[in-house]
Design a protein around this ligand. Structure first.
Ligand SMILES: C[S@@+](CC[C@H](N)C(=O)[O-])C[C@H]1O[C@@H](n2cnc3c(N)ncnc32)[C@H](O)[C@@H]1O
Length: 311
């Protein structure tokens, strides 16, 4: 059940977590998924055994890692950038560093508490991610978190280079583990510590941008949407799943209004009443295809808008 954000403590106002709020949650502060014996190399080699076109050379040709990483169009900060557009400066301004324990707690909570939500949204995500471009593609995911979407990339975009951006450093090991488990070659995945309001990649460099449950948390929705448009190539796609405000006049909307300040305070800035669907529609994409669904696993964090915007 997607209940965790409402009950996650803000680093500066710790909240007691009860077993009712986190029925499936067990804190694993020393968890190190990347050191587990799960199928890192075998996931690369299993791809290669299933199809010669999916051969991954990362194990045999380590230098390819260096080359492919160098090919990611990562934007390096330089002195000529204005301060407001410098990714590090914007990161520190819109998402100042949280204490280590909080980042670890939030990452572990997200990893442990989203199983039933992910199961319910799986069919919708499968349809959406089937639109990802394949082999030579560059894909950027904003607010990648623990990487629940990475498993969809291995089917639809097995040869793609994937960049995941998140301001929470502790998400990195979960995202990398998810990438390995999903069969993405380690050389094809890069985690970058940054925010979506200042993406550290070049203009028109991405074939697709993905964001799920992120626009609720960013500081500036419109700036984020402009950044998505900036980094997409012409014809590139933005795939999203976002929870949005309930309809005016409904009981759910009343509850969301009442709980919104609490949610923002305790859930790392997550808003319950954002009209994100309208923001995406008005962002200036050449076209959008947006649908809406209520998910029983998400309780008052409903409805969800999901779809594709085309640059
Ligand atoms: C509710 S989690 C969703 C994570 C993941 N996308 C998923 O679907 O499970 C929100 C994520 O957005 C990240 N986040 C918060 N503020 C952000 C910002 N300004 N830019 C990018 N990501 C942000 C958080 O660190 C967190 O990983």
């Amino acid at each position: 059940m997607y209940t965790s954000p409402l009950f996650l403590p803000h680093p500066h106002s710790p909240t007691q977590i009860t077993s009712t709020a986190f029925p499936n949650f067990k804190i694993k502060f020393n968890l190190n998924p990347t050191s587990s014996s799960s199928s890192s190399s075998s996931s690369c080699s299993s791809s290669s055994s299933s199809s010669s076109s999916k051969i991954c050379l990362c194990g045999r040709r380590p230098f390819l890692a260096t080359i492919s990483t160098a090919l990611i169009p990562v934007h390096q900060s330089n002195a000529s950038d204005s301060l407001s557009d410098d990714p590090m400066a914007v990161l520190n301004r819109v998402h100042p560093p949280r204490p280590d324990w909080y980042e670890e707690f939030y990452a572990a909570a997200m990893d442990a508490s989203m199983k039933s939500y992910e199961a319910e949204i799986a069919g919708y995500k499968s349809q959406l991610f089937a639109n990802l471009p394949g082999k030579a593609a560059n894909i950027l995911e904003i607010g990648i978190g623990t990487g629940p979407n990475l498993k969809y990339y291995s089917n639809a975009a097995s040869g793609a280079m994937v960049v995941g951006v998140d301001p929470n450093r502790k998400m990195e090991k979960y995202a990398k583990a998810a990438a390995q488990a999903s069969g993405l070659c380690p050389t094809k995945f890069k985690f970058i510590h940054a925010v979506a309001e200042a993406l550290p990649v070049s203009d028109a460099s991405m074939d697709a941008v993905v964001g799920t449950l992120v626009l609720c948390s960013v500081k500036d929705v419109n700036k984020t949407l402009q950044e998505i448009k900036r980094v997409l190539k012409p014809g590139g796609i933005y795939i999203f799943v976002e929870h949005v405000a309930a309809k005016d006049g409904t009981f759910l909307k009343v509850i969301q209004r009442v709980l919104d300040p609490l949610q923002q305070a305790v859930a790392d800035g997550c808003h319950l009443t954002r009209e994100t669907r309208d923001s995406i529609s008005a962002a200036g994409f050449s076209s959008t295809d947006i649908k809406q669904v209520f998910l029983s696993s998400a309780s008052l964090i409903n409805p969800h808008a999901y779809g594709i915007a085309y640059k």
